[in-house]
Design a protein around this ligand. Sequence first.
Ligand code: SF4
Ligand code: SF4
Length: 298
Amino acid sequence: MTEERGNVLQQLKVSIDQEGFALESHPKLGPAEAAVQGVMLAGTVQYPKSVKESALQALAAAAKASVIISKNEIEREPFIALVNADVCTKCGRCIPVCPYGAILGEVRKNIEFVSAACQGCGTCVAECTVEGALTQEGFTDKQVIAQVDGALGENASEKVLIYACNWCSYAGADLAGVMKIQYPSNTRVVRTMCSGRVSQKLVMYAFSKGAGSVLVTGCHPGDCHYINANLQTEKRVERWKKQLEAKGVDPDRLQLWWVSAAEPKRFADKATEMSELISKLPPEELQSTTTKVKVRGA
Ligand code: SF4
Ligand code: SF4
């Protein structure tokens, strides 16, 4: 990648792959758009391609752009972060984790969420520890927890709960189903937009309900739809494993796994491994989880 191209992509907050090429929003549904709304892709900025392919993509990009500029108002995805100013303590924890620089302000003085810049990864929501201060439209704690409750149902200790990011891991799980790749029937998948939305509360809630194991999955490092939000997940999972261990819960019951949309077998193999892990755990380890892990306010 040339330095100039890298700088432009960086300034536009466009996610790039491990080779430095721009990532499209979705290979099928948004091949000429970047994940950042309003940024179109055409030509070799995405990957080496022929003139004919580049020209066709440029036409698609121009058509997409004309849809935007022909309207007086811009429509956008609704999954943005929403702050409750009455509850926010202005601690500033959320500021450095936003991959798009959408949170501005000064610690203890003022915190401003620039909703037009928010791309809806939910990483800031997972970072905020103040109950009710920050949430994500469509993926509030209440909404995700309702899914977890439904997924674990009865006999939670027999279940593998998988948090899957919308763009890579969930698509990988979906493809596993389409390709009829077998994985254990005790696997339950809960989707979030990004692995960065998975908070300590969501993980601990699953264990407090007795989940046998919890797998957090996301895009491979360097392929994150939200630039590098998944790297926050990596740091957090390490921290939560230590917290589980301190509570007397086997930390291997929580794992992080990268799965791309093109890796259905990798998804199925890991789900199988997590299921086998449950079957090898002593019954007392599984039975004691709900008394060892508690979540306040859930
Ligand atoms: S982390 Fe939460 S409480 Fe702290 S500034 Fe951000 S929104 Fe407010
Ligand atoms: S971290 Fe993600 S959800 Fe939060 S403000 Fe930034 S882009 Fe929006």
